[in-house]
Design a protein around this ligand. Structure first.
Ligand code: ADP
Length: 266
């Protein structure tokens, strides 16, 4: 059964890969036409190109998501740990997302935390996880809303803390040295009902109420979960419907050896 699933995923991944290059070329030509370098455009032509551009971008995101998903599902995740500054890593992702937030009338806040010391982590994969969370926050938070990115040192007691953030864990946190970093993305959007807090991280899962409202394949959080688990960490969501969501993940300060990652949150 699993073998058949992997064969299908493999075949779909190679089809998705073949679509990538022609699509990138088409998107490039659309941008060239939009730039006006090939001649002046009338309003209707501009409108058509805007639609083509956003559809092209959407298709590119789908393909990228599907490819990342299949790589994670079929293969082994190779982490590239290098000593780095988490504040710099996070502020770079914020910079990349700032124009998207501005376009959507959303405020994005990130305040560097001077309690974070350099430690070895896989910067590109952390940025991928944060990007997926910021993309959702920007997609689901109505205009006028606010999104915060926050990071802090954290004492993670794996065995004792079934659910990170519970009171006893917080009490211990004040007496022990941090062994991990906790990163959170909070928004003022519609929130997620408690019964879906585990399911939202499943492959291809989308909330019934958002299915018709926004694009997406339901893979962003599944990819984030695999990446965080691959780093020996854990990801979860807290939310009261109507008052936004807070997605958090923790990763250990000491990297775990490279591992295959097919499992759920530990
Ligand atoms: P996608 O965004 O492509 O649908 P994700 O795996 O990133 O897939 O998210 C799964 C689902 O979780 C989304 O379709 C949405 O229903 C819900 N969701 C994720 N992030 C948020 C958020 N910040 N606010 C409200 N709902 C969210």
């Amino acid at each position: 059964m699993r073998e058949r699933f992997l064969r299908t995923t493999n075949a779909l991944a190679s089809a998705a890969h073949d679509l990538k290059t022609p699509l990138a070329i088409m998107n490039g030509y659309v941008e060239l036409l939009q730039s006006g370098k090939l001649g002046t455009l009338n309003d209707r032509q501009r409108e058509v190109l805007t639609d083509m551009h956003s559809s092209g971008q959407r298709l590119q995101t789908f393909i990228q998501d599907f490819l990342s998903y299949s790589v994670l599902e079929i293969g082994e995740i190779r982490m590239q740990y290098e000593p780095g500054d988490m504040n710099a890593c996070l502020s770079e992702v914020c910079r990349l997302w700032s124009s998207r937030f501005q376009e959507r009338g959303l405020a994005l806040y990130f305040l560097a935390n001077d309690k974070l010391s350099p430690f070895p982590f896989d910067s590109a994969k952390i940025q991928r996880v944060i990007s997926n969370l910021l993309e959702n926050a920007s997609k689901f938070t109505p205009s006028g809303g606010t999104v915060w990115l926050h990071a802090e040192p954290y004492m993670w007691e794996r065995r004792a803390a079934e659910k990170p953030g519970i009171t006893s864990d917080r009490r211990r946190q004040s007496t022990s040295l941090p062994n991990s970093i906790k990163v959170s993305v909070s928004d003022t959007g519609p929130g997620i009902p408690a019964e879906y807090h585990i399911e939202v991280f499943d492959d291809f899962f989308r909330l019934p109420q958002t299915e018709k409202q926004s694009d997406g394949m339901g893979l962003g959080l599944a990819i984030a979960r695999r990446l965080v688990n691959g780093m020996g960490g854990k990801i979860w969501v807290e939310s009261d419907p109507g008052s936004g969501c807070k997605f958090s993940f923790i990763i250990p300060l000491k990297p775990v050896p490279n591992s295959t990652n097919k499992g759920k949150n530990k």
